[in-house]
Write a protein that binds this ligand. Structure first.
Ligand code: OGA
Ligand code: MN
Length: 360
């Protein structure tokens, strides 16, 4: 699965790695330290843009070479690729309301225990991270002896050893000085990279840890995924969402080329939904030596990978957080209430991807 990106020099030589490097965020070398770092310009002319493909298809039923229209029951067109059977792209599949709902859920409820996140290994389960970040709280590590702080913490966790991490008000963190480890909740939120819903994926053993406690995927998300999966489903069969991985990307974050090969039945699609800042998605072939195709993923787009496409390397080398390229103005307007300030601040420089799988 999320193979280390990375296998050193060898990886540098594959066509997939080369394309990743082409689109990755690099900064211009700037002599002056005062100047804001400028991203290096990237040639985006070869990136497939399904939004404009969809617009011209709606106007004059024209498609670029290699792109096909998939007939299905949706009121808007879905596209496939001649050379990648089992890959489906549904531009603008989700309404703005749906996008807002799943962004909120991804930040507030999805990272809640017993769902696991990338923070588990260091801190143990963390409850209410988003609220703590919103309230400017600070996570403090302390020994589990009686010399604890006298103020009630707002949440507490244990990572299994004698250290406990708890959220405290900022002034308490300051008064503790350098005596203990502290990390602002806002930093932890920024460093949230994934959470898992339903069956929990065990990253160290690269399989689904069926014995770990888990909540079922929320019904509304299940229903949405089932509806979205339809174009890729074998006739007469149903898609049963059992696990989902939520990926969180900040500026400069990438998802290295990988295969999702831990699910038993590859005829079933992975339903992958994008929220927030625009990204570049790479769809390769069965070998890292195959040159991947680059395409934009925008907030509200849904991608399906089924059958042969399940065997294709893919990844996300770039997200765009600058105003011009992020293309999230409609979302920003939806989050313009003062109460939604925290969602707005997050999503302005972030992308969230929810991908939903049937495991067995
Ligand atoms: C994944 C994945 C793609 C994306 O999590 O397995 O391929 O668009 N995500 O973030
Ligand atoms: Mn994947």
């Amino acid at each position: 699965m999320y193979g280390s990106d990375r296998a050193g020099d060898d990886a540098e030589r594959t066509a997939f790695r080369k394309t990743e490097k082409k689109y990755k965020l690099y900064y211009e070398n700037s002599k002056s330290t005062k100047k804001k770092k400028q991203p290096k310009q990237v040639d985006l002319s070869e990136v497939l843009d399904f939004k404009s493909i969809s617009e011209s298809f709606n106007q004059n039923v024209e498609l670029p070479p290699g792109v096909v229209h998939v007939n299905c029951g949706f009121d808007r067109p879905i596209f496939g690729l001649e050379n990648s059977p089992g890959f489906y792209f549904f531009p603008g599949a989700l309404t703005l309301d749906e996008q807002c709902t799943w962004i909120r859920e991804s930040l507030t409820n999805f990272p809640q225990p017993p769902n696991r996140t990338n923070h588990n290994v260091i801190y143990g389960p963390i409850s209410n991270l988003f609220v703590a970040a919103k309230e400017g709280k600070v996570f403090i590590e302390e020994e589990t002896s009686d010399n604890g702080l006298d103020s009630e913490p707002s949440a507490s966790v244990s990572n299994g050893d004698s250290h406990r991490w708890k959220f405290y008000e900022e002034d308490i963190a300051r008064s503790r000085g350098k005596a203990c480890k502290t990390v602002p909740a806002s930093v932890l939120l920024r460093k949230l990279r994934w959470s898992t819903l339903g069956l929990q994926f065990d990253w160290s053993n690269r399989n689904y840890a069926v014995s770990l406690p888990n909540n079922k995927i929320p019904n509304a998300l299940c229903q949405l995924a089932k509806r979205m999966a339809e174009p890729a489903m074998p006739i007469g069969e149903e898609f049963w969402p059992e696990a989902a991985i939520v990926n969180y990307f900040g500026s400069g974050d990438t998802l290295g080329g990988h295969l999702d090969d831990m699910e038993a039945d590859w005829s079933k699609p992975i339903v992958s939904m994008s929220f927030g800042c625009k990204a570049i998605f790479l769809l390769g072939g069965k070998s890292r030596q195959d040159e991947p195709l680059a395409m934009f993923l925008r907030s509200g787009d849904v991608v399906l990978m089924a059958r042969e496409a399940r065997e294709c390397f893919h990844g996300v080398p770039r997200i765009f957080t600058d105003e011009e390229n992020a293309e999230i103005t409609p979302l920003e307007l939806r989050f313009s209430d003062e109460d939604d300030r925290c969602f707005l601040d997050y999503i302005r420089t972030s992308r969230i991807n929810i991908n939903i799988r049937q495991v067995f």
